[in-house]
Write a protein that binds this ligand. Structure first.
Ligand code: BG6
Length: 471
């Protein structure tokens, strides 16, 4: 992987929860992997009354709690030598804090701002960066966190305000699912090999399923969740972004825009989501969580059937499902293939029990499995369900960067391939509009279940792969 050029990293909201859980440990892991720039400064920017030493204490605690490895003295010394803090209220504060770090590095280092701020504050922070004279196109990049708006209008307004200060080339909208090794397996398997593509279309595929059940409840995130809900937290972000990769046409190259043009085509051909093809659920006990309204109608579960109206996928049901407090934690993309034209071998089970499917496990450790019917050992020419599995060596898994870190490094080297683009984000909100305007009533479901039964009815004959197979 490339070593980034000299950079000043500005962590806006650098003492908050996201920075302490993900961003600071992420930078630390990149340093350990030798992937931070040799000349690097990390500047915490927030409204706290802290000095450099106070910020270093925050960082040290963050690493003690969230780093994947024990904090050794030598590593801490190297990391803490990069840190400084700026109380950042207005443009002159930004200019002073970033300017001092640039001076310490010498020359004209790049700047990478990470905005760990509420979405409503993102545009204002970018404006301040502009006012401080720190938004030069050839030097500055900005990482933004989801959600990128909450509907089509707010997404357009946000993008328009960002574009007043920054060009699209400078904006890195992070969706950590795209940093997952398992999601990248989808494009490598599809486009590094010749045998998948001929069957990867409506002639051979029965359904595409993106299934991300989570076992945890909202665990103390009521404030965020009551505002956001499952659709915006997971579906209009992670699941649809993953679908972009699963369903895309072959790109002409791996350049960021070549790839994002093709995922953009998927979003363009996704049909507006019909609320009649969506099931919302709310787990029993959700309204008793601290901070949740007693009459909350926020959905903690979404199952949806969507369609891509394209030459390749027209008519193929695309099933999406995710939710909290479900029976398992999995992150799975399954391509279910049609049955063979005739059943030659005796098989007493239902046809749907014996299907061919290609399954990508996208959670770490990632894996790929091919489900098929193989010969049952013995004298008779009978078949049984079989599976070919490809998993990566546990030692290699340990060496992998986390998805978030991988993307942070991409932003450091200016590679936008795995970041979402303004047009894609807006199109997703556009297709979600009918659902946002007429959301179904959430149906109750028991914690530890697979959600409301209506979600099984929605899948119909396609049946959910995860519920069908032993989990
Ligand atoms: C986050 C959502 O973006 O992704 C969470 O806000 C969800 O609600 C999480 O649990 C899933 O992430 P991971 O790390 O399990 O892939």
């Amino acid at each position: 992987m490339h070593k980034p050029e000299a950079t000043v990293i500005g962590l806006v909201g650098g003492t908050g929860d996201l920075a302490r859980r993900m961003v600071i440990p992420g930078c630390f892991h990149l340093m350990l992997a030798g992937l931070l720039p040799d000349a690097c400064r990390i500047v915490g920017l927030s409204l706290d009354e802290l000095d450099d030493d106070g910020f270093k204490d925050v960082v040290r605690h963050s690493l003690e709690e969230h780093a994947r490895v024990d904090l050794e003295d030598e590593a801490w010394e190297r990391f803490s030598a990069m840190l400084s803090f700026g109380h950042a209220q207005d443009a002159s504060d930004y200019k002073r804090a970033i300017g001092a770090a640039e001076k310490a590095l010498g020359g004209s280092p790049r700047r990478l701002f990470h905005l760990a701020v509420p979405p409503s504050a993102a545009a204002a922070v970018v404006k301040t960066i502009g006012e401080a004279g720190l938004a030069d196109e050839d030097r500055t990049r900005v990482i933004l966190e989801k959600p990128f708006g909450t509907d089509l209008d707010s997404a357009r307004t946000l993008n328009a305000s960002l574009h007043e200060i920054l060009t699209e080339r400078q904006i890195f909208r992070i969706d950590h699912f795209l940093g997952k090794e398992g999601v990248q397996n989808v494009i490598t398997l599809r486009f590094a090999n010749a045998f998948i593509e001929p069957v990867f279309n409506r002639d051979h595929v029965d359904s595409i399923q993106i299934d991300v059940p989570e076992a945890l409840t909202i665990v103390g995130r009521a404030g965020f969740y009551e505002q956001t809900g499952c659709l915006k937290d997971m579906v209009t972000t992670h699941l649809l972004q993953v679908l972009g990769f699963v369903a895309m046409e072959p790109p002409v190259s791996l350049h960021a825009d070549a790839l994002r043009d093709r995922t953009g085509d998927v979003f363009q051909s996704l049909q507006p989501i019909d609320p009649a093809c969506v099931v919302y659920g709310q787990y029993e006990g959700y309204r008793d969580e601290p901070g949740v309204a007693k009459d909350s109608t926020v959905e903690t579960f979404v199952a949806a059937k969507v369609e891509i109206d394209s030459w390749r996928w027209a008519g193929v049901p695309i099933l999406l499902r995710t939710g909290k407090a479900l029976a398992a934690k999995r992150q799975v993309v399954t391509i279910v293939f049609k049955e063979p034209p005739m059943r030659l071998f005796p098989w007493e089970k239902d046809v749907k029990d014996a299907r061919n499917a290609l399954r990508f496990d996208i959670a770490d450790p990632p894996g790929i499995a091919l489900e098929f019917l193989g010969k049952e050992p013995g004298p008779a020419l009978t078949v049984q369900e079989s599976e070919l599995q490809l998993s990566i060596d546990p030692e290699e898994v340990e060496e992998l960067l986390g998805p978030y870190e991988r993307l942070f490094h991409d932003a450091l080297i200016g590679d936008q391939t795995l970041f979402t683009r303004a047009d894609g984000v807006e199109r997703i909100w556009e297709i979600a509009t009918p659902l946002l305007e007429a959301p179904p009533k959430p149906l109750p479901y028991a914690q530890g279940s697979w959600g409301p039964e209506a979600a099984d009815d929605l899948a119909g004959e396609c049946t959910w792969e995860l519920t069908r197979a032993p989990v």
